[in-house]
Design a protein around this ligand. Structure first.
Ligand code: CP
Length: 309
């Protein structure tokens, strides 16, 4: 197997071949999702916990469906309503769940490095479902899958990541993945919402949305993360839309053959206009569908590594 990791912490750790391996595996699982019976018995032996310390709709349901469609046993944990309110630590919480004979952890947490911490503390395989502002690897894999489905490959594609890049783990995972696969990545947003040291990513960046969008094949519009912002990053939501929102008028600058992406949830009328989000060139719900197949591929691949160990 051309995948050399026991965990999925981030795309920064993976080679181009490993990313393509997961995308190829996802293609087979995507076909299963088109069948009347969308379930295979492959992971009947595996028990997985989905450990969500932060809110989620797409990622959490997508992982749960992926696990169930592989016939794994699934248990869901969310911070609200748990003994975290009584002061239980992350390590103790995980160890107690694992004591009930759980084999694999999917985790979303506000702290960067929480997935690595859990793996070090327990030795079980961990899939990162989003750690702070660091990485969201399965989101980037489903984004890459969706781009490849449309364009066939990545070489020379101009991909604009637009908006709140500073707070975005989706942006970071996309940057690592897209660069490895040969796309030309352009970051665009207000100066306050670009990363503090954008040069470390080795990609282009600009505050000029017209320059960024010119001739691009892909725009990945990011959610303005109001919950992670202290005051002062943007003057107002109205001005944000005026200068950096994706509108029908601005879309005219793109290559005629283009797609509009968004990881969700959407702030309609802020980073993306409703008519843009709902137009036929927007692949936002296709991304969500592809996410189940991508997560099936990740779970299956790491389960195979666990079996080999
Ligand atoms: N894209 C994404 O991570 O969405 P959720 O926060 O709803 O999981």
């Amino acid at each position: 197997m051309s995948f050399g990791h026991k965990n999925l912490f981030g795309l920064k750790d993976l080679s181009a071949d490993e990313i393509l391996y997961l995308l190829d595996e996802a293609k087979a699982f995507r076909q299963i999702l088109e069948r009347d019976i969308k379930k295979v018995p492959t992971l009947r032996w595996l028990a997985v916990v989905n450990l969500f310390y932060e809110p989620s709709t797409r990622t959490r349901i997508s992982f749960e469906l992926a696990e169930k469609r592989l016939s794994a046993e699934v248990v869901n944990f969310s911070k609200s309503g748990s003994s975290v309110a009584k002061g239980e630590s992350l390590r103790d919480t995980v160890n107690n769940i694992l004591a009930m004979k759980v084999d694999m952890v999917v985790v979303r947490h506000s702290s960067v490095g929480a997935p690595q911490f859990i793996h070090r503390a327990t030795g079980v395989p961990v899939i990162n479902a989003g750690d702070g502002t660091n990485e969201h690897p399965t989101q980037a894999l489903l984004d890459l899958y969706t781009i490849r489905e449309k364009f066939g490959q990545f070489n020379g594609l101009k991909v604009v990541i637009l908006g709140d890049i500073r707070h975005s783990r989706v942006a970071r995972s996309n940057i690592w993945g897209l660069k490895k696969l040969g796309a030309k990545v352009v970051l665009c947003g207000p100066k306050t919402l670009l990363p503090p040291n954008p040069d470390v990513f080795g990609v282009e960046y600009t505050t000029d949305i017209e320059e960024a969008l010119a001739g691009a094949q892909v725009v990945n519009v990011l959610r303005l993360q109001l919950e992670r912002q202290q005051s002062g990053f943007i003057p107002s939501l109205r001005e944000y839309r005026m200068f950096w929102g994706l509108t029908a008028e601005r879309k005219k600058l793109l290559d005629p053959d283009h797609i509009i992406m968004h990881p969700g949830p959407l702030n309609r009328g802020v980073e993306i206009d409703p008519d843009v989000a709902d137009d036929t060139d927007a692949v936002i719900l296709e991304q969500v569908t592809n996410g189940v197949a991508v997560r099936m591929a990740v779970l299956y691949t790491l389960a195979q590594k666990l079996r080999e160990a």
